[in-house]
Design a protein around this ligand. Structure first.
Ligand code: ZN
Ligand code: ZN
Length: 174
C-alpha cells in the first residue's frame, strides 16, 4: 500500500494515523520463502515535527511459518516489533542524505510494504525450534526423532552434538 505524504511533509506538526494491511502473503529473503499465516492491521502514525523531522511509528504483529532449526517441521512463529523511524525533512521533502536506506519512500510516497519488509529483515527470528527439547532428525536415516526413535543411534547424543547437528541443518536449508 502506498500512502501519499505530501500534506504531512508540507505542513508543520501535521499528524495522521493510517490503518494498513500487509499486501504480501509470504516473506522472501535469502533465508528462504516463508508464508505469512496471519497479520494484524498496522496502525501507522505519521507526523511532521516542526518541519524538521518525519516520524513514522507503528506496531507489526504477524505469524509466519518457519521451519524448526533441528527437525525442519513447520512452526507457526509470532513476530512482533515496533516500527520507529525518524527522517530529516528538508524543504518539504525527506532529505537527500536519508534517501539511500529509505527506498520505501520516494518523493511523497510511502510504500508501506517495503517499509515493513525492511523491518522484517532486521527483526526476523535467528533461530526457531518447534520445542525447546526438539530431538531433531536422525543424520543417518532422516527420521524425525520427535515422533519415533530410529535404530541408528542407541546412545543419547551428546548436547555438543546437538549443536553440531543444528549447524548441519542450517547448511541443509540453504
Ligand atoms: Zn523441531
Ligand atoms: Zn536413524
Amino acid at each position: 500500500m502506498i500512502i501519499d505524504l505530501s500534506d504531512i511533509l508540507q505542513s508543520a506538526n501535521k499528524e495522521r494515523t493510517e490503518e494498513v494491511k500487509l499486501s504480501f502473503s509470504s516473506f522472501v529473503s535469502r533465508l528462504g520463502d516463508f508464508p505469512i499465516l496471519t497479520s494484524a492491521p498496522i496502525r501507522l502514525s505519521i507526523a511532521n515535527q516542526e518541519n524538521k523531522r518525519l516520524l513514522i511509528r507503528g506496531r507489526v504483529e504477524l505469524e509466519a511459518e518457519i521451519a524448526c532449526g533441528r527437525c525442519l517441521e513447520a512452526v507457526p512463529t509470532p513476530i512482533c516489533f515496533d516500527i520507529d523511524r525518524e527522517l530529516d525533512i528538508q524543504d518539504g521533502l525527506v532529505s537527500e542524505e536519508e534517501m539511500e536506506p529509505t527506498d520505501y519512500l520516494t518523493g511523497f510516497e510511502l510504500d508501506v510494504d517495503k517499509l515493513v519488509y525492511a523491518e522484517l529483515l532486521v527483526n526476523w527470528p535467528m533461530k526457531v525450534l518447534c520445542k525447546e527439547d526438539c530431538k531433531g532428525i536422525c543424520k543417518v536415516c532422516g527420521a524425525n526423532l520427535n515422533h519415533a526413535a530410529c535404530n541408528c543411534q542407541k546412545t543419547e547424543p551428546d548436547p555438543r552434538m546437538a549443536a553440531i547437528q543444528d549447524i548441519f541443518q542450517k547448511f541443509k536449508e540453504v
